[in-house]
Design a protein around this ligand. Sequence first.
Ligand code: FCB
Length: 493
Amino acid sequence: MSILTRRHLLRHAALSATAATPAGAALGTTVVAALGGCQPGDPADRTATASDPAARLSFPPDFGWGAATSAYQIEGAAKEDGRGESVWDTFSRTPGRTRNGDTGDVAADHYHRYDDDLDLMRDLGLRSYRFSISWPRIQPDGTGAANQRGLDFYRRLVDGLHERGIAPMATLFHWDLPQTLQDAGGWESRDVAYRFADYAATVFAALGDRVPVWLTINEPKTVVQNGYLSGHHAPGRQDPDAAYLVAHHLQLAHGLAVRALRATGGTGRIGPAFNLHPCYPADDSPAATGAARLYDGYENRLYLDSALTGSYPEDVLADLGPDSQMVRGIRDGDLKIISSPIDLLAVQYYTPIYVTASGGTERRWPTSEAEWQQIYPDGMYDMLTRVTRDYGPIPLTVTENGLPTPDVLADDGTVDDAGRVTFLRDHLAAAHRAITDGVPLESFHVWSLLDNFEWAEGYEQRWGLIYVDYPTQRRVFKRSAHWYRKVIADNAL
Ligand code: FCB
C-alpha cells in the first residue's frame, strides 16, 4: 500500500498549510473544453454571476430546492420506542471521542418536534427534504422483524412532507450501524452487506409507496477514511487494510439494496450518495499530476467506477496490491451487483484537494471552521461537469453542500450568518453554470436544515440554515434561511 493511501485527506486531519499561488484548475479546464462551455479560467466569469445583482441566474422551472439532515445528527430520543444502539451511541459515549463528550442522545430533539420542523420546512419553501432512516429504530439488533414504532415515525414524517408539498428523499444509511452488527464484525463482515439489503427491503415494504427517491449509503468514503483510517469517527478503527475491504462491502451493500428495491416492483428511484473531492495537482510537474491521479482514484473513482461502470480503478487496485484484504475480498459477480443500474447519482461537494508531487496535500483557499474544508466554489462546477463527462448524462442531485459558521443568537433575536449566504450563493452559481453547460442537475440540498450534532465535533460547529438554541430547543431562521427562502420563491439567484 502506497504512502498515498495513508496520507489521504482525512476529515480533521492536519493539512500542511503551505502558502501557494492560486493556479488554474487543470481538471476544470479540461472538462469545460470537453463540454464546449465557457472557460472558467477567466476570473471575471468566475465572479460576475455571484456579485452582479443585475445578472440573475434562473433555475429550471421544476428545480428541487432542498435541505438535508441525518437521523443521528438531529433526532435524539436515543432510547425511545424500541430503538436499538448504534455504533455512534457507543462511540460518542466513549470518553475522549467527541468534543466536550457530546452525544446525539437529545440532538435537535427532532423525533419529538418533527411536526414543527415540517412547518419550518414549509415556511422555507422547500421542495425536497433529504433525511435518513435510523437502521436501529427499524431493526434494533440489525436483523429480523421490524420495530413498528420506528417505521411509524418515518411514516408520519413522510406523510407530513407530502401534506406540505415537499418531496421526501430518504437515505437508508447515514453511518448509524446497529451496534450488534458491529459486534459481529461490522462492515468488515461481508454478511453485513446482506443484512443491509434485508433492512432496506423492510423499509421499502413499509414506505416504498410514498418515498419517490431513495439514497442507499451516505458517503461510503467517509466511513472508510474516518471510521477505519483515521479512526476519529465510529467505529474508531485505524486499519488501512481493513478500510478498503469495508469500502467493497459498502459498495456491495449499495448494489444489493438497489436490487431489493427493483424486486419490489415499485416506482421509486434510487442511487448512492458520494462525497466527491476534485483532486488537482499542486503544480504542473509530472509527479504531482501522477500523484493527483492516484489520489483521485481513492477519493472518487473507487466509488464512481464501481457503481457506474462495474469495475474498480486499476491504479487503485494495483496500489492496494493483490494481497490486500479488499482485492482478496472481491468475489465473482460482486461488481455486477455493485453496478446494478441506478436512477440518479447524489453528489456531495465540500472541498477540493491539492496534491503535491510527494503525494501530500496543501491548502490553496481559505478554510472554514471545519479545517478539512477549503472554500472553492469552482470545485462544485468541476466535479459536476466531470461526472457528466466521464459517466454520461445520469440525473444528478446535490445532496449536501454547506458551511459551518460561528453563529450567535443576537439580543434582537436574529442570527447573521452572512458567510453562509456568500458561500451558498457562490456554490449555487457554480451549480447553475454546470446546468447551463449541460449537466442534468435536478436538485440541490443545503447541508443542513438545522444546526445539529456534527459527529466528532459535537455541537460546536453549526451548519444549519436554522439556528437551534440547544438549552430551549428553540429554532430561529438565520439570515441564510431568509435568503434561501427568497431564492426558492424566485427560483433564481
Ligand atoms: C458530510 C456528512 C454530514 C455532515 C456534513 C458536514 O460529510 O454526510 O453528515 O457531517 O459532512
